[in-house]
Design a protein around this ligand. Structure first.
Ligand code: GDP
Ligand code: IMO
Ligand code: MG
Length: 433
């Protein structure tokens, strides 16, 4: 089988529809791996009319017999994970053999969430918020890289847990009290909770690197499910308005323990327009009627925080950048149906960065300051009025919709292999995928 090992990433600012594309691909793979991020992610799968939102569990979990792995690069909020496991049917006892949690994954502790919210409030006071999800992601990764983090394996080892937790609170409590004027975190309370988490998590703990390697050696299909999006990547996104992990395809080599040469195919999930949640530059954002229309038709409200998503036209300059930094081999284009019924469709084909005299560029500036000054140059494309949600073959689409797809392929030099024409599992056109 070709494409045995696949990496799937969000090619924009997150919420491209990664969950639903993973769900489609999961029919034909054996193992699905989350490799970065945490419960800041919200991946929606709608199957048989029922909506599932995965924050930590890989989106392949709905298929029986698929092994789902939470890799070392993920930061886990055990309470959130437990509620997702509890929501699953079949009941948790039956998923024991198919959920593997890396012993090396870091744990989001209650003080991480608190510090996330407090530092976000402090930044807001200074008029420079990031708009984080408040899920403790940044502070948890800070501890990981500062080498003081608590890992999944520590929860199942009370003496190690006690030592590490005391060490952490010695540092965190003065920050909570003196910097933020808050009450200190209570050791006994957190320790008792963490021991309970340990009892829950222990049966799932495993060596994810061994599991992944064995699956690949055994000829199984392995899919790495990225969270967030390329432009939220801590290195390659619009820093500092980013998340704290490596969302690009290379992230799966670190967070999933995979040699780069083993990846057969990189899939970029691209929404037919753009959205962003939180702060930061967004050149094609439309704060008027078009933005409102896209938000309404696309139901653009965050799957994790419920915040309205900022909306605007597709940005081909940003997509070109995404193709480069991820090495995209194929695009899964979602939400094409949301564009139906518009009078015209625009796409951003270039930016003007330094006023008219400087000319236009097609090269994405990896600098939030420069991007904030970018003025999009749009091309206007023909629209279509038909409802396309019933289309199941490419040829069923109206001419203008096919041309839109063709325009994206031409501009990005990447084939569009799958098209989403509605949120349900079945609302999919599979071309060459
Ligand atoms: P993710 O974080 O990338 O997995 O995306 P989210 O689940 O946060 O957001 C995508 C939203 O769009 C969800 O509500 C999906 O149900 C919905 N969605 C995905 N693909 C399509 C599509 O092709 N058409 C429509 N109308 N909705 C879609
Ligand atoms: P999925 O996987 C969209 C954004 C937040 C904020 C920034 C930093 O569903 O696509 P964080 O809490 O990570 O420190 O917040 O990143 N963000 C997302 N935006 N989709 C996501 O995940 C996101 N995860 C984080 O809104 O701007
Ligand atoms: Mg999402």
């Amino acid at each position: 089988m070709k494409n045995r090992v696949q990496a799937l990433v969000g090619a924009q600012w997150g919420d491209e529809g990664k969950g639903r594309v993973v769900d489609v691909l999961a029919r034909n793979v054996d193992v699905i791996v989350r490799y970065q991020g945490g419960a800041n992610a919200g991946h929606t799968v709608i199957a048989d009319g029922k909506k599932h939102v995965f924050h930590l569990l890989p989106s392949g979990m709905l298929y029986p017999n698929r092994v789902c792995i939470i890799g070392n690069g993920v930061v886990i909020d055990p309470a959130q994970l437990k509620s997702e496991v509890d929501d699953l049917s079949p009941p948790p006892s039956e998923i024991g053999s198919r959920l593997v949690i890396s012993r090396g994954a870091h744990i989001v502790m209650p003080y991480h969430k608190k510090l996330d919210v407090l530092s976000e409030a402090a930044r807001s006071k200074n008029s420079s918020p990031i708009g984080t999800t408040g899920r403790g992601i940044g502070p948890c990764y800070v501890d990981k890289f500062n080498r003081v983090g608590i890992r999944a394996e520590d929860l199942a080892s009370p003496t190690v847990l006690e030592r590490k937790l005391r060490l952490n609170l010695e540092e965190k409590n003065p920050i909570l009290e003196r910097v933020y004027g808050e009450a200190p975190a209570d050791f006994d309370e957190i320790y008792a909770t963490a021991v309970e988490w340990g009892e829950f998590i222990a049966p799932y703990l495993g060596d994810s690197t061994f599991e992944i390697d064995s699956a690949i050696r055994g000829g199984k299909g392995v899919l790495f499910e990225g969270a967030q999006g390329t432009l939220l990547d801590v290195d390659h996104g619009t820093y500092p308005f980013v998340t704290s992990s490596s969302c690009v395809s290379g992230g799966c080599c670190i967070g999933g323990a995979l040699g780069p040469g083993r990846i057969d195919r990189v899939i970029g999930v691209v929404k037919a327009y753009c959205t962003r949640v939180g702060e930061g530059p967004f050149p094609t954002e439309d704060r008027g009627d078009i933005g409102e229309r896209l938000r309404r038709s696309g139901a653009e409200y965050g799957a994790t925080t419920g915040r309205p998503r900022r909306c605007g036209w597709l940005d081909l300059v940003a997509l070109d950048y995404s193709v480069r930094v991820n090495g995209l081999d194929v695009i899964a284009l979602t939400k094409l149906d949301v564009l139906s019924g518009l009078d015209e469709i625009k796409v951003c084909a270039a930016y003007r960065l330094g006023g008219d005299a400087a000319g236009a560029t097609k090269i994405f500036p990896n600098s939030a300051e420069k991007l904030a000054r970018a003025i999009p140059e749009y091309r206007t494309l023909p629209s279509w009025k038909e409802d396309i949600s019933g289309c199941r073959r490419f040829d069923d689409l109206p001419r203008a919709a096919r041309d839109y797809v063709g325009f994206i392929e031409e501009s990005s030099s990447v084939k569009v292999g799958l098209i989403g024409v509605g949120p349900d599992r079945e609302d999919t056109i599979v071309r060459d995928f």
